[in-house]
Design a binder for this molecule. Sequence first.
Ligand code: ARG
Length: 481
Amino acid sequence: MSQLWGGRFEGRPDPRFHAFQASLSVDQRLWREDIAGSIAWAHALARAEVILTDEAHSIEAGLRAIAAELEAQPALFAQSSAEDIHDFVESRLRSRIGDLARKLHTGRSRNDQVATDFRLNLRVLGAQIGLALEELQSALVQLAAKVADLPMPGYTHLQRAQPVTAGHFLLAYVEMLERDRERLQQALARMNVSPLGSGALAGTAFAVDREQLATELGFSRPTRNSLDAVSARDHAAELAFMAAQCMVHLSRFSEDCIFFASQEARFVRLSDAISTGSSLMPQKKNPDGFELLRGKSARVIGALQSLLVLQKGLPLAYDKDLQEDKELCFDALDTVRECLAVAAILVNNIAFDEARCRTEANKGYSNATDLADLLVRGGIPFRDAHERAGLVVRAAIERGIELDDLAAADRARLLPELVHLDDAAWRRELSVDAVLARRRVTGGTAPERVRAEAARWKALLHSRVPLAHVSAPVSRTSNPT
Ligand code: ARG
């Protein structure tokens, strides 16, 4: 029979039902937060003169001893039949300090307790994801600085469009990750409020100082509505969205890298350290790492979907459905943290095939826009210039040559406005380096821009203060009074 709620029950729970409704296997990872929250709650009860200061000290000492014990022997959970982490900690406290432990739950509910533990834990997990994001950004920026000048084909509709620099390609993903980081930071700030003192649903009946309690646990303030405090899980969905969007970014990056590493493109080479072979085909070298990043985005998107559906239609306030929140949210956040770390390893193990990138960037008429622009610079309206350049492309395709190779006679016929360009000047104007260099507008792909951007990112990442709250909450908790 549960020590937490057995009083009004005559019958014993069915063992299969107990196992079904228990959550220790998932919420055991909240133990540090549960203990920190309980220590703070004991302090608050003492300050409200609900328990004696000495009693609060004994409770705190017992809880700290349990923390030390769990730190040393995490296997203790496996032997426990406790319903959840709150049950686990309280019954362990009882065996340590006896009946005094029975005072700790005064004015508190597992509903405000789990809401508090979860927020505290997500804060730590969020900070770890923040670090993983920054490490991946650093890896990308470092590689981008190396290939800031390197031309490669740029695509729209997966058709060659205009050349870009490889550094520009990489920094595009740094931008995406930066927005993921902003979203993470904003979500963490928004959820950093303390539900403790909300009780089961209506607020505690004891005069605890919730502001002080919030401060002690590192929250910015207490929640303002107890019904909302015990039932809100939008912070879990918000973090899962952040994770899902970040995984979508990793998935798109993976897709690009998989294509770039293919025999068809051969723009990058994957080192052996991050490649796998085929059990059948001896020649194969497969990009499994990138494929897994792409694949794992599916489960994170699924977790976000589940977290939203979980909340839909739930009446206020707490409902046991909400117990499903943690497994989903942890899976999403653990996955994105792990994937970010692996993505950084992958980035450190790819190398651009510079000769191949440069050669291919010169092919496929991706300088046709610049031919039209040359006409525009000579005073021709863009629509007409576009038409004329299109005719020139068609002629080049018929001859099986690139625009650069078009003979002077053909140019004189098709492009009389450009007769002043001799062969060398014609090639120079349409060269990939000229095409790239022209795009030095803010946000453009010109090597000078990309070099400056890589340097800006390096400085920014170097001076960046990590998102807070990486340390375990137990050690930060202070004494009462
Ligand atoms: N294990 C529960 C959860 O994760 C804790 C809260 C239980 N509250 C209750 N009234 N049964 O949601």
